[in-house]
Ligand binder design. Structure first.
Ligand SMILES: *Cc1c(COP(=O)(O)O)cnc(C)c1O
Length: 366
């Protein structure tokens, strides 16, 4: 079976290093917010070329904390996409702000600037730009738009580890970037984890307080925070796995290149290729197909797993049916939700696996 993720197939050396890191933590006798977290934060800030990385419990909290650190909350509107993980919108709701959903560019699956313009109001305080599937695109346009309109640019980098534009990493373009280290992400822990990256001393200061009950010093709580701490085992796992991230990302990019070159079937449509000056992290390799349910069954018969990201946009979810949105509606998202299919694209795939996927897709007759 060619799976969407295959952790059991990871190199023995990586598995050994992870086990010895677990015992290092165990022997240290210190389990939450300690030396391992600090070491990982330093390392991750360096990778992202930002001043600060703040470890938190998960990617959703990272987004909520950035918004709260910017004092975005009740009465404020935050624009984002409806074609994303539920966590993106849930984080906005949890901050107390009102999400407003904009449409995507059908050629990339990424937030459409034209649609965001239609969503603007005098209450708009931030745009959460999701680097969906692992792609930073048109970032200069987003930066100047947000500067112009005086709204904060917040980056959802949960799928964009090592994704860059002009040599700068995802998360370094706005006021803050939210990373997730959920196991299936490109850099994943063996449980939940997340981080905020930022160049702002103020955001970093507030984020550190908010993640730990709003505590300034022991037993002093000048604000209402949350419990969103990263634990030492996860931070130790992340340090080990970070050593492999470049190699694993290269492999994802190779596989994607191979798909782009060799997938050939008039029943499928490939998304636009990434811009030349950017690096796509290929968290997911997504195609569109009008008959994608049939294509998924066809692939399954060849022992190939595939998923939909995402079959149900946020505005179709029960608690979100009345959520504010682009006055023109979200037609590109609704079409994408019906036709998107993610092919396996993970670093443990062999060349034979990749060829098997290509052949199976190319043989699909509808
Ligand atoms: C995974 C993901 C999140 C949430 O991260 P968690 O660590 O699961 O909370 C947010 N946004 C996007 C785009 C994601 O893929």
């Amino acid at each position: 079976m060619i799976l969407m993720n295959d952790f059991k197939a990871e190199p023995q050396e990586l598995r050994d290093d992870m086990l010895s890191a677990v015992s290092r933590v165990f022997e240290s006798g210190w389990y939450v917010l300690g030396n391992e977290v600090e070491q990982f934060e330093k390392g991750w800030a360096k990778v992202c070329s930002v001043k600060h990385a703040i470890g938190v419990a998960n990617g959703m909290d990272a987004l909520e904390i950035i918004l709260r650190a910017m004092e975005v909350g009740p009465g404020d509107e935050v624009i984002t996409t409806s074609m994303t993980a539920f966590a993106t919108v849930l984080a906005i709701l949890r901050s107390g702000a009102t999400p407003v959903l904009a449409d995507i560019d059908p050629d990339t699956g990424l937030l459409s600037l034209e649609s965001v313009v239609r969503c603007l109001s005098c209450k708009t305080k931030a745009v959460v730009l999701v680097h969906l599937y692992g792609q930073v695109r048109d970032i200069k346009a987003w930066q100047s738009f947000c500067e112009d309109k005086k709204v904060h640019l917040v980056e959802d980098c949960a799928q964009a580890h090592l994704a860059s534009s002009d040599g700068r990493m995802a998360g370094s373009f706005g006021v803050g970037g939210a990373y997730s280290f959920y196991p299936t992400k490109n850099l994943g822990a063996i449980g939940d984890g997340g981080a905020i990256v930022t160049d702002s001393d103020e955001v970093a200061f507030k984020a550190k307080r908010l993640r730990n009950y709003g505590q300034s010093e022991r037993y002093h709580h000048p604000e209402i925070g949350m419990n969103s701490r990263l634990d030492e085992v996860q931070a130790a796992m992340l340090q080990v796995r970070l050593n492999w991230l470049y190699e694993f990302t290269n492999r994802r990019q190779q596989i994607a290149k191979n798909y782009i070159k060799n997938l050939e079937n008039e029943l499928i449509r490939k998304l636009s290729e990434p811009q030349e000056f950017t690096t796509h992290s290929y968290h997911l390799f997504v195609i569109n197909c009008e008959k994608r349910d049939a294509l998924q069954k066809h692939l399954e018969s060849f022992g190939i797993q595939s998923h939909y990201h995402y079959p149900m946009p946020i505005h179709f979810q029960d608690p979100c049916k009345n959520i504010l949105r682009d006055p023109h509606g979200l037609p590109a998202i609704e079409q994408h939700a019906k036709t998107c299919l993610s092919l396996p694209c993970h670093p443990q795939m062999t060349d034979e696996d990749v060829n098997a996927v290509i052949e199976a897709v190319n043989q699909f007759k509808g």
